[in-house]
Structure formats: C-alpha cells, structure tokens
Design a protein around this ligand. Structure first.
Ligand code: ZN
Length: 173
C-alpha cells in the first residue's frame, strides 16, 4: 500500500494569517495529486485554541493562526471535499504523533511500500512529520514532494529539503 500525507493545506497557511505566494502556487497541483493518488490519504490540520499566544509556539511566532473552528483552520476550498473522505489528524504542534501511530498501526496489518508527504510548510510541519515517520518506520520509503510543498521562505524550503535528503528521505525537486 502507498500512503499520501497532505500536510496543513489550511487557509491560514495559504491566503490567511501566514499565507505565502509559494503556498498559493501549489494548491492546484496538490489537488490533482490527491485526486489521482492510488492508495490511502491522510490530511493533517494544524490546530490551536484561543490560548495560542500563551503557548511556546505563540511566544516564538506571535501570529494567531489555525484556531480550531475558524476559517483559517479549515482545509482550503480546493481540497476540502477530498479531505472529507480521508482520515484527518488534528495536531497541536508541528509533528503529529497521532498520524505516526495510525500509520505504524497500519503497517502491522499491511505492508506499506511508501509514504509521500507534501504540503505546508516544508521547513516546519512537512519536515517534522517526515522525520517522525522515518523514526517509526525506518524500512519504509519516505518521500517528500518538494514540488508540491512550500516553505516559510524559498530559502528555508530549500534548506529543509537538503536536511531531509541527509536523513535519507527521498526528495522530489
Ligand atoms: Zn501552528
């Protein structure tokens, strides 16, 4: 079985509080990839609450975003329908322990040939989840599609791809 993980394709990371031009550019490509993917798809959602500014993340990044239930927290319109047919892992921080555990559990029942990650942001949540999955499943091929991911900046995107390559994650550029 092949798995696709669509990371944090939420309004706040595309056109909202932390949106970037690079993020907008990947939306249609991610949609096409998800629609044509043969395998199991997971979505992740960055999920914060009203107390965001009092969290460690809020201290370092004082921009409230992805507050549960708000428009910014929602998966973007283009991907919403498809996300509703998949498992969605809400995560309070960069990496999702729930995602890792779900996939690890699946691997006990069925052989997982590959796990492809893409989405936002390459340098924070894509890399965090790729590293978690690599730790959980060291014999599974972990792929990050850099052409369908975007970073906080183009430079940090590129740096993250290089870091993942060093950790033997297959990077598509
Ligand atoms: Zn966040």
């Amino acid at each position: 079985m092949n798995i696709l993980v669509v990371v944090d394709m939420q309004n706040d990371f595309i056109s909202g509080a932390l949106g970037t031009a690079e993020a907008k550019l990947i939306v249609n490509g991610v949609k096409e990839r998800a629609e044509n993917f043969e395998g199991l798809i997971f979505f992740t959602r960055d999920t914060h609450f009203e107390d965001y500014m009092n969290t460690q993340e809020g201290e370092k990044l004082p921009v409230p975003h992805c507050i549960k239930g708000t428009w910014g927290w929602e998966i973007c319109d283009e991907l919403k329908e498809i996300s509703e047919t998949t498992e969605i892992c809400d995560k309070p921080t960069f990496g999702s322990v729930e995602l890792m555990e779900s996939i690890k559990e699946l691997s006990l029942e069925e052989e997982i040939e590959s796990i492809t990650l893409l989405g936002l942001c390459t340098d924070i949540c894509v890399i965090s989840n790729a590293m978690l999955l690599k730790a959980a499943l060291p014999e599974t091929k972990i792929i990050v599609d850099g052409t369908l991911s975007a970073g906080v900046t183009p430079i940090s995107h590129k740096n993250a791809l290089e870091a993942m390559k060093m950790c033997q994650i297959e990077v598509i550029e």
